[in-house]
Design a protein around this ligand. Sequence first.
Ligand SMILES: C[S@@+](CC[C@H](N)C(=O)[O-])C[C@H]1O[C@@H](n2cnc3c(N)ncnc32)[C@H](O)[C@@H]1O
Length: 443
Amino acid sequence: MNDRKAALKILLDIYENKAYANIALSKYFKNNSLEDTDRRFITQLVYGTVKSGDTLLWILRQYIKMPVSKVHPVIRTILRMGIYQLIYMDKVPVSAACNESVKLAKKYGHAGTVKFVNAVMRSIDRDRSRCDFAKAGNSTSYTALKYWHPEWLVNLFAAEFGMKQTEALCSFNNQDAPLSLRCNTLKTTAEQLMEYLAAKGTICERSHLCADAVICTKHPSLASMDFLENGMAIVQDESSMLVAHVMAPMPTDLIIDVCSAPGGKTTHIAALMKNKGRVIANDIHEHKLKLIEDNARRLGLDNIEIHVEDACNIGALYSKTADKVLADVPCSGFGVLRRKVDARWNKTKDEIEKLPQTQYKILESAAEAVKTGGIIVYSTCTILKRENGDVVNKFLAEHKDFKLESIDKFLPDRLRGRGDMLQLLPHIDKTDGFFIARMRRIV
Ligand SMILES: C[S@@+](CC[C@H](N)C(=O)[O-])C[C@H]1O[C@@H](n2cnc3c(N)ncnc32)[C@H](O)[C@@H]1O
């Protein structure tokens, strides 16, 4: 199958079957053995088309009379892909973007749809002035179209960061994220992992944020390397690795991770405990527990016990027993939009409204499990104050038996002195957006 046909198949799985983009892509790659160049092209085309979402549909609307919803889903997807190549993929010649879209229409449509695809693609190429986003109206619509975000999200970011920063943030969200690996210090060192990766043709460097992290800017297919399977490393963003360091786990600790799947932070904590002590990895979703189990097995960890429970019950179950508790709560995930290409289009305003309440309930219950003198760490991969500082401040106001502690001593120099709670912002820190706060039970 040629690359564009493959991309079409994957995109239809995403649009029509509501598959997650990363899962649809991995499923295709698993079932089809491809050269690295083909994998890269397909990934770029699929991820780019998904990320630019409604902007492509807006462009399409400027060139057709019928409503976009009335275009047959396969033809609509061929056009989305075609427009993405035409407008955003500099390396794809115009002729290839147009001709290949027409070829796909011939394969999956009929004479009428072939003519339609040909006419739309050629007229976009001939008259680009119709795609001028300034025509869309106000500055929010313009920013949303230019930087491929839903308008409600641009409004939300603008209210929090102002429009200038929102543009920088949205632009950063469209960049490709490098592969970030956490070296499994129980099996190897970051230096040895770097040597291994370099020998496989990977371009990588040590992270500036975390000693265990290796950042790969270019790499062959992960399936062609065995370092994940043999437990030398795990895929995890460098900012997320800071959480386990802020927990400062000791080999004698009892630690509860109340929202732990797929186990990135749990396994990091367990490794920092040198595979000693006791880590209780809890999650509400039973089907996700296997992910924690697989990660722990690959990394050679046997100090982790896996439990399924609503985090809101953890306080009652383990009242004042844990040395440290991690509440890495479910969140809007707006710090990781560059990695989750479909997230910005799949989330709804309503669904994120209710998050702070849930997060507060989980934090309150998780804190109940901390023994006197013990620690609770609250973290999210989002950048909204209402899910981060506001939740922690409300908790501190209502629980005088907990005190916020500075986390500076656990952080690299460049992140120190920002106040007691750490908020990493993607467009400023050039990492995933992350929030971390550490509190101690004083009575
Ligand atoms: C941000 S993710 C955790 C990521 C994980 N800590 C890691 O580093 O790999 C949040 C997790 O919370 C779980 N979750 C959501 N609501 C929950 C609840 N009420 N109780 C326990 N877990 C919950 C989700 O299944 C999800 O796996």
